[in-house]
Design a binder for this molecule. Structure first.
Ligand SMILES: Cc1cc2nc3c(=O)[nH]c(=O)nc-3n(C[C@H](O)[C@H](O)[C@H](O)COP(=O)(O)OP(=O)(O)OC[C@H]3O[C@@H](n4cnc5c(N)ncnc54)[C@H](O)[C@@H]3O)c2cc1C
Length: 383
């Protein structure tokens, strides 16, 4: 364990940082103000090889390892967490297929998605089933060789821009028990409707919308894995995705911390820069320490995620550690950054208020931090 990135990881970091400085930071405020979806940036990310990173090479993707993925997404989120969320949404949506799909299904969808550079959405949450994913009411009724899907999903990232949706539903095959399952659903199937767009506190350039499925007919070939495996695949997907939410949070916190250090050296009160006060120095010291600690929890979870494909060893606890600590850390760090900026921090003149807004949701999505604590406790108590 030498805590050194490989030369390949260093070059990913450099490339992602340069892209972020050039393409994202100059427009991040504007995208946020206008709630503008970053289509042009996502297209450029695809052109330079920073999109669909988690799709293996054999299916036409870059096949980037999980640690490199986290390093890259920390950099993108340092520029704008909204942009990072749009791009990262594809990884979340494709894990069910990667984890539970047959070879034919992967061959059928993944090369197309890479070729088109298309967006995919992950449709799990429903109005009455958020933390309690097992409570979903969307039904997939067996109809000969097909399934008819009916139900409403909410808070779906990339919903109105996605060409494919990964949809969780309970299979009704006429037997007593409804079996949770997951389907790939093409957006152009009749009955796939995009509903209302949410107006959000943060991640304002990302799309979060309702999805309605009205008698949507999908063939048997679009059922991923078996009926009954839906919740297991959802939970495994979230384990895969949580290190990335940690990475995004480290990126937001890093941006807030850098802004706070710079400002504290420039802002003069009582005849000297505010960074000369121990009260400010201690805030900066805590920020730097916590960012570093979160970054290593993210790296650890990412390495275990990489190993999972070889040894199939569960890493739920470490994924939850990374998500929980990094997202709570980002909330603390961005709040302190606003404090260091004083009244100016509360205005839109500086980006620290955006970092604080973008951090809040990280404690909620992909399993709230109460749910992360439940996952960690369940793991500890069964060890
Ligand atoms: C911007 C954004 C993007 C999103 N993207 C997606 C997406 O792409 N796909 C998708 O499927 N979903 C998405 N979501 C939904 C997100 O995952 C849910 O909002 C989240 O899981 C929480 O569900 P809920 O909002 O229904 O809250 P609830 O489950 O109603 O929870 C409310 C509160 O109660 C707490 N709580 C609930 N149960 C317990 C318990 N047993 N013990 C202790 N506390 C508990 C929670 O921690 C929370 O504080 C997104 C949400 C947002 C806001």
């Amino acid at each position: 364990m030498d805590f050194k990135l490989t030369s390949e990881q260093e070059s990913f970091k450099k490339m992602a940082r340069e892209f972020t400085e050039k393409e994202i930071i100059p427009v991040s405020r504007e995208l946020d103000e206008n709630e503008e979806f970053p289509s042009t940036i996502l297209k450029k990310m695809d052109e330079v090889g920073l999109f669909n990173l988690s799709i293996p090479e054999q299916y036409g993707g870059p096949g980037v390892d999980a640690l490199s993925y986290s390093i890259i997404f920390e950099e993108i989120a340092r520029g704008c967490a909204g942009v990072a969320t749009c791009a990262n949404g594809n990884a979340l949506a494709l894990y069910p297929l990667l984890l539970g799909g047959s070879e034919e299904q992967k061959e059928s969808f993944l090369p197309r998605i890479c070729e088109e550079g298309s967006l995919v959405s992950f449709c799990l949450t429903e109005p009455n089933a958020g933390s309690d994913a097992g409570g979903i009411a969307t039904i997939a009724r067996k109809d000969g060789n097909d399934y008819l899907i009916n139900g409403t999903k909410c808070f779906i990232t990339n919903a109105r821009y996605a060409k494919y949706h990964t949809v969780f539903a309970k299979v009704d095959d006429g037997s007593d028990k409804k079996k949770p399952a997951v389907f790939m659903v093409e957006a152009d199937r009749p009955g796939v409707v995009v509903g209302k767009k949410e107006e959000k506190m943060g991640l304002r350039c990302s799309d979060t919308s309702e999805m309605i499925f009205e008698d949507v007919s999908v063939p048997q070939e679009n059922l991923i894995g078996k009926a009954g495996e839906g919740i297991k695949l959802a939970m495994m997907t979230l384990d895969m995705a949580r290190p990335s939410i940690g990475a995004l949070s480290v990126g937001i916190a890093q941006a807030a911390y850098e802004a706070a250090v710079t400002y504290s050296k420039e802002r003069v009160q009582f005849g000297r820069p505010i960074c000369k006060n121990q009260a400010i120095q201690f805030m900066l010291a805590d920020m730097a320490t916590e960012i570093e600690a979160a970054r290593y929890l993210v790296y650890q979870a990412s390495c275990l995620k990489d190993k999972y494909w070889e040894d199939r060893k569960p890493f739920s606890k470490q994924a939850a550690f990374a998500k929980l600590y990094a997202t709570d850390m980002a909330m603390r760090v961005t709040t302190d950054a606003v404090q260091i900026f004083g009244g100016y921090g509360y205005t839109r003149e500086y980006l620290v208020e955006k970092y604080m807004r973008d951090s809040k949701i990280q404690q909620i999505l992909e399993g709230t931090n109460q749910i992360q604590r439940m996952v960690i406790a369940a793991n500890i108590l069964s060890e």
